[in-house]
Design a protein around this ligand. Structure first.
Ligand SMILES: NC(=O)c1ccc[n+]([C@@H]2O[C@H](COP(=O)([O-])OP(=O)(O)OC[C@H]3O[C@@H](n4cnc5c(N)ncnc54)[C@H](OP(=O)(O)O)[C@@H]3O)[C@@H](O)[C@H]2O)c1
Length: 214
């Protein structure tokens, strides 16, 4: 059976995976880029976006596990964009430009489905109103035997954790305090009992925690 994986999910010391006040100009709200700075510096990030340069090292080595073996992604509607409620227009195609880095089918969970969007480079966004089990069934079907990534945001990851559908969870704990936003861990009491946990802190100060099935 293919595995369900989360990678590079960045949280602040106080447990927030995004800030407050998401808008078109601020995908992470008041957090700005602070949660992702460690990742933006890596060569892995640059590679995925077709750019040269970037740091190598432990953060890079861990970050690049994001891509291999993945055949589909599931993401929440707020990762795809800042809109809420019914779509007012269908112009918005996500934060990532004409050629998003996913290069697989991507299932966007929303209570407001809209027609699929085929992008350049192999990404197709499908907008579905589905339970975690049903979304995973569809993603697995599209993934052709490969693994399925749960791409975030925190509400969606929490939903899949609550349904006990995640096999591998990589959380990058970033040494910042956000104070407000959307928290990852709420309702996850006792999570550690379901997983083997390992962690490593890198020289940049990020603690990578891996929760994997025993
Ligand atoms: N820290 C990180 O590494 C990281 C990673 C990814 C994203 N992010 C950030 O996290 C934020 C988004 O996270 P979030 O927790 O606010 O939201 P989210 O998980 O991206 O999306 C939640 C929304 O998805 C829809 N949805 C979720 N489950 C559904 C289901 N089963 N059926 C139908 N619709 C469903 C609902 O939208 P509707 O009801 O409106 O349709 C819900 O309000 C963004 O700021 C993004 O940039 C951070």
């Amino acid at each position: 059976m293919s595995r369900v994986r989360v990678h590079n999910l960045s949280v602040s010391l106080d447990g927030y995976a995004t800030g407050e006040g998401q808008s078109l100009d601020a995908p992470f709200g008041h957090a700005g880029t602070r949660l992702l700075d460690w990742f933006l510096r890596t060569r892995a990030f640059r590679d995925v976006h077709g750019e040269s340069g970037g740091e190598t090292g432990v953060d890079d080595a861990i970050a690049r596990a994001w891509g291999p073996g993945i055949g589909a992604e599931i993401m929440g509607r707020n990762k795809f964009g800042p809109q809420r409620g019914p779509w007012e227009d269908h112009e918005w195609t996500g934060w990532w430009g004409a050629e998003p880095p996913f290069r697989t089918p991507v299932f966007v969970l929303t209570h407001h489905p809209r027609p699929s969007l085929e992008m350049e480079g192999g990404t197709t966004f499908h907008f579905i109103d589905a339970s975690p089990h049903e979304a995973l069934r569809r993603a697995r079907e599209a993934a052709g035997g490969l693994d399925v990534r749960i791409g975030g945001g925190p509400s969606t990851v929490r939903e899949f954790l609550a349904a006990d559908l995640i096999d591998h969870l990589h959380v990058a704990i970033v040494p910042i305090v956000l104070g407000r936003g959307v928290r990852l861990w709420d309702g996850c009491e006792g999570l550690e009992e379901r997983f083997r946990t390992e962690s490593v802190t890198t020289p940049g100060g990020v603690t990578h925690m891996i929760f994997s099935r025993p």
